[in-house]
Design a protein around this ligand. Sequence first.
Ligand code: C2E
Ligand code: MG
Ligand code: MG
Ligand code: MG
Length: 285
Amino acid sequence: QAKADGRNTLCFFDPEMQATVIERATLEAALRYAIEDQQFIVHYQPQIDKRSNIIGAELLLRWKHPERGMVRPDEFIPLAEETGLILKVGRWVLETACKQLKVWADQPYFQNLNLAVNVSQCQFREDDFTDQVRQILEETGAPPKRLKLELTESLLIDDIECSINKMHSLRALGVEFSLDDFGTGYSSLSYLTQLPLEQLKIDRSFISTLPDSHNDAVVVQTIITMAQSLKLSVIAEGVENEAQKQFLEQHGCTNYQGYLFSKPITVTEFDAFVATHIPLHPHQN
Ligand code: C2E
Ligand code: MG
Ligand code: MG
Ligand code: MG
């Protein structure tokens, strides 16, 4: 439409664009205030192994907005990243995870649970990120090996040498890494072997079409085989039904996360989930 009429090609006062700018500014202001006002909470989504044991949870950020209600991360993380506000929020999420790990460390049914935390690109890129993690671990007294940092391929590929070095310095603290949304990134296999990873996390988009989509079935099988060859553990995200779980199980995927087991829940609900969780197949290997 704009192209058809040459005079409108440069349209500075597009009301739609103006609305977007205003909305963005409003959201940014609200986000700044939210940090001060402590409007963020975390939810815990259980992770399950093939014996139906709970192995831990992923921390998922939620913004409890006073008027808009619960705002999902996809709606504010991109802006939080652009504005750098994610640094403060990300730090808070890490502290929350480590405090929780410390609480669990003294409880019999909880002490072996792992917590996976999503790390954003600008957070990981910070010069002192390793020091931040070290400091948080020390201050909270959390067992480092229970903390799993979720990184994405695109985050790492940006400056692969720097990423590898940073991962090694974090690894030295005892923390582990999971490669999140695996399969959706650039998937250069040459760097995969260089990363000190513990786990590959198969992206939900490949799981949702199982077992009907031949293409996705092949992708999933390939990722599982690759993980096995590289001696990495593998977890599937977004497992919603038994058929998907069965396919994954049959092809050697040993860990699962998704609505089939539980949606992301509050820590109180998670405690209850652990306490009342009866394995579906307790005697299976
Ligand atoms: P992600 O790390 O890939 O997290 C998985 C997403 O899939 C979560 O969405 C989760 O609620 C959703 N999910 C889990 N199981 C199922 C399922 O069975 N079916 C369906 N349809 N969805 C499922 P959520 O919580 O909206 O988070 C979206 C993304 O926001 C996350 O993707 C992650 O990239 C980012 N994020 C969440 N929390 C944080 C955080 O604390 N820091 C940073 N930097 N990013 C975060
Ligand atoms: Mg994640
Ligand atoms: Mg993911
Ligand atoms: Mg994903």
